[in-house]
Design a protein around this ligand. Structure first.
Ligand code: ADP
Length: 350
């Protein structure tokens, strides 16, 4: 068991590219921390520095009480799970799972007991004699998990472990991994570009953009109080609507003159961005805002209405039993629906 701390950790690759600005945070013991962001934002670089697979340009990485910068990956007591599973094709499931222990010199009886225990946890008992090629993608990923578990590491590192699986299996596996991590109580860092995975699995999310940390928080904090327009539009599906508007005289006005309800501007004046999540809107004849609906998208449980508000793209999500037609529609907002950001940097106001 261990907490993980990055203290001013920075990465510049030999070609001069700064992949990660100096970053500082702590993952408390036992938490699952998700690193999320678009491709190229620096997630894998961060994970690989913790793993010891990549040099640390500046700063310190600690696992437990130990600074691990100069400690060999094999001696960091971590276990990694990759998207390509990295299983040995010519070995049985049991041998794949026990391989790391054998290398450590553990005796055969002990290895067999640990492998059996992990296989039971992962519903792999009946597959222990098979080769990886005789397993489904989900089963292979569970073998990779099993290999990580038997080592009883201080820290699990997951690098997009579910991206090779189809959507249904991905949903199932993310629940399994989450349940297993909770049960074992092992600290984990989990890299994904999938915001749904981040929201559903994390105790704490680190949102990265372009080599810097945009926000660190619980899924709820990130969803309810995104620190920037980047976080606001990256986390949440469909994404938060962002409208250009003008703040002044204590209120926020959209192009065309409609006043945005609930927008407390705290004396801010000038251009702002107004964020409203599609699910925080209620169609209502008394509503203060107007949407011109062009397209209605049926999602089963929900219906998405896409159109224009004050000449800007805007979407609304309504439950399936709510009638919807194209054309003009009045909208009201749920309490707390309005997020304000500055127009230049996209930082949250207030
Ligand atoms: P992510 O995992 O979020 O997709 P990476 O950590 O792989 O992002 O990459 C972050 C940035 O560093 C990207 O701009 C990428 O092109 C660059 N990068 C990654 N690996 C190397 C490398 N070995 N040499 C130079 N640049 C790299």
């Amino acid at each position: 068991m261990a907490q993980v701390t990055l203290n001013q950790v920075r990465k510049v690759y030999p070609n001069g590219a700064e992949a990660l600005e100096a970053s500082t945070f702590t993952i408390p013991d036992g938490e699952l921390c998700v690193l999320v962001g678009p491709s190229g934002c620096g997630k894998s670089t961060m994970l690989r520095m913790v793993a010891g697979l990549e040099d640390i340009t500046e700063g310190e990485v600690s696992i437990g009480d130990r600074v691990v910068n100069d400690i060999d990956p094999a001696d960091r007591n971590i276990a990694m799970v990759f998207q390509n599973y990295a299983l040995y094709p010519h070995m049985s499931v049991a041998r794949n799972m026990g391989y790391g222990l054998k290398n450590r010199g553990m005796d055969r009886g002990q290895i067999a007991a640990k492998v059996r225990e992990a296989a039971e946890m992962l519903n792999l008992t009946e597959f222990l004699d098979r080769r990886p090629s005789q397993l489904s993608g989900g089963q292979r990923q569970r073998v990779a998990m099993g290999r990580a578990i038997v080592r009883e590491p201080d820290l699990f590192l997951f690098d997009e472990p579910l991206s090779n699986l189809d959507a249904k299996l991905r949903n199932q596996m993310r629940i399994e991994i989450r349940a297993l991590q909770r049960r074992l109580g092992t600290t984990a860092m989990y890299v994904t570009h999938d915001q749904v995975e981040a929201m559903t699995m994390a105790d704490r999310i680190i949102v990265l953009s372009n080599g810097h940390i945009e926000q660190i928080g619980t899924p709820n904090e990130i969803y309810e109080h995104p620190a920037s327009t980047f976080v606001a539009s990256f986390m949440g599906a469909p994404p938060m609507n962002l409208l250009t508007a003008e703040a002044g005289q204590g209120r926020v006005t959209l192009p065309g003159g409609d006043v945005v309800p609930q927008a407390g501007v705290n004396g801010h004046t000038g251009p702002v961005q107004v964020g409203i999540r599609p699910e925080d809107i209620i169609p209502s004849p008394q509503g203060e805002l107007t949407l011109n609906v062009d397209i209605i998208e049926e999602l089963g449980a929900q219906r998405l209405l896409h159109g224009q508000m004050a000449g800007q793209a805007f979407s609304v999500a309504v439950p399936k039993d709510q009638e919807a037609v194209t054309g003009e529609m009045r909208l009201a907002l749920k309490p707390g629906a309005v997020h304000l950001f500055d127009a230049d940097q996209g930082r949250r106001l207030g």
